[in-house]
Design a protein around this ligand. Structure first.
Ligand SMILES: [Zn+2]
Ligand SMILES: [Zn+2]
Length: 469
């Protein structure tokens, strides 16, 4: 490779820098006829974590790797996973440093940039086609099983997309969302895997220092540089303007400092990841938060996600999100999620709860989870649940924060009915749980093995007309 230009940047960021901004930019000039950039960096370790990404001279996002990679390249036809290949424009490019954790002593860094000519050897790599928007169709409406939160080597996951797809298809998942942190290069590779039984969903885990959120179906990069409550509200509205869904991830996860969701007052978000990886006390708290919002009359969809990173294999599909859709396409799956036609199970073949309602008393079900039933005060309502693969577990039907029915499930196929007369707006949702033994680490919580979204009850002629969420 013919080197056109080389730079070495040395600098320091302090705690004060972090207080005034989460990001620092290092600018460098790219000469004409450049074909490849190679960037490497290192910094004083200890308590520091310095993330890195790149913007080109047109101001466009060209990739992000968090603190996961110390070297990267971008060329016309190829790039390090996490980065977007494409023209190496001349002019002023920017390295973005994310000041994730900065110690009291500050953090010293060194960045090396090498700019090669147009005939750099990496140019010969195969050209990656942009993805199509066509997906296979299936004839019948059915429940598709997916994992909405998975990382690949385009961020800090260990697996390539191809290996991930193999694992996912082997265990029987129908769809997987590629929620790599803050980048979209993985989404250039979603095509070619689709079949009537499998789909990759382009996605991004918007990973801020104040909480994480999944956006599914995005073609465009979603800017993660957000800090204030207003920033987050703007982000949610931006996501909606693109017709996409915004899902708050692991809102109660206190295991890492940027993981839990700070801005509880934001509104108009679509989903909450109430179940993040193997069931834990954090999920239990997320469930309580979600239920408290339902009690306030909000309609927010509960989803699950494994946050699989490639090495912890049994975790893929734990939990699995089941979505009722007539077609395995990005739009159809997202629309079904938007409507709340979703339940979550611990495994791809784990316990299942199919929740139905008969709102007109004709003995036939007319609604499933996520649907609204519109009734008048005093009308009769029957909620049915079909419970599969939950023998010896406990079934719970919950309305306004309270269990209205609890039964021990005594067979692998179980049906339960609950009849009531409606008085007010409300909701019914179901769980299958196992009580933890007194000796276990999580003795105070029960372990959830399946949970549904609610059937919402809306009472007509009620004085307090229900508010839009
Ligand atoms: Zn996360
Ligand atoms: Zn994640």
């Amino acid at each position: 490779m013919r080197i056109l230009k080389e730079y070495i940047f040395e600098g320091r960021v302090s705690k004060e820098d972090k207080n005034s901004s989460d990001y620092k930019y290092v600018l460098f000039k790219v000469p004409k006829k450049a074909g490849i950039l190679q960037i490497s960096y290192n910094y004083s370790k200890g308590d520091n974590v310095l993330d890195i990404g790149v913007f080109d001279s047109k101001g466009s996002f060209r990739g992000w790797s968090g603190s996961n990679k110390s070297e990267l390249f971008i060329s016309e036809n190829a790039a390090t996973p996490g980065y977007l290949h494409g023209k190496i424009y001349s002019g002023s490019w920017k390295i973005i440093l994310g000041l994730y954790k900065i110690s009291q002593e500050g953090c010293r860094y060194t960045i090396k940039v090498r700019i090669g000519g147009i005939n750099g050897e990496l140019q010969k790599r195969k050209i990656i086609r942009p993805f199509k928007q066509e997906y296979a169709e299936t004839p019948k409406k059915r429940w598709f099983k997916g994992d909405l939160h998975v990382h690949t080597n385009h961020s800090d996951g260990a697996k390539s997309i191809r290996d991930l797809v193999n694992e996912a298809m082997t265990i029987g998942l129908n769809f997987v969302a590629l929620t790599d942190h803050n980048t979209i290069s993985q989404n250039l590779h979603v095509e070619g895997y689709e079949s009537s039984d499998f789909l990759l969903i382009p996605a991004e885990e918007v990973t801020t220092y104040y909480g994480h959120a999944n956006v599914w179906g995005n073609r465009k990069w979603i800017d993660f540089r957000r800090r204030s409550m207003e920033d987050f509200q703007e982000l949610i509205d931006e996501v909606h303007s693109q017709g996409l869904l915004f899902s708050i991830n692991h809102p109660e996860d206190m295991d890492f400092p940027d993981g839990y969701w700070r801005f509880r007052e934001v509104s108009r978000f679509d989903c909450i990841e109430v179940w993040h990886g193997p069931w834990s006390i954090y999920d239990y708290r997320s469930l309580i938060w979600w239920d408290s919002l339902l009690q306030k009359g909000k309609k927010i969809v509960a989803v699950g996600g494994s946050d699989f990173h490639g090495t912890d294999l049994p975790r893929l599909g734990n939990p699995t999100t089941w979505v009722y859709s007539d077609m395995l396409s990005v739009n159809n799956i997202l629309n079904a999620i938007r409507r709340g036609h979703v339940f979550i199970s611990r495994y791809v073949n784990g316990p299942q709860i199919y929740l139905y309602a008969d709102a007109d008393g004709d003995g036939r079900v007319d609604s499933i989870c996520g649907d609204e039933v519109h009734l008048s005060r005093g009308d009769k309502l029957t909620i049915y649940a079909e419970v599969k693969k939950a023998k010896d577990l406990e079934f719970k039907l919950i309305s306004r924060g309270e269990a209205v029915k609890i039964e021990k499930v005594n067979s692998s196929y179980y049906r339960v009915a609950y009849r009531t007369q409606v008085e007010n707006d409300g909701y019914f949702r179901a769980e299958v749980i196992r009580h933890n033994s007194q000796e276990s680490d999580n003795a105070e919580i029960s372990e959830v093995l399946a949970l549904t979204n609610p059937i919402y009850v809306r009472v007509k002629n009620q004085k307090n007309e229900r508010k839009k969420k």
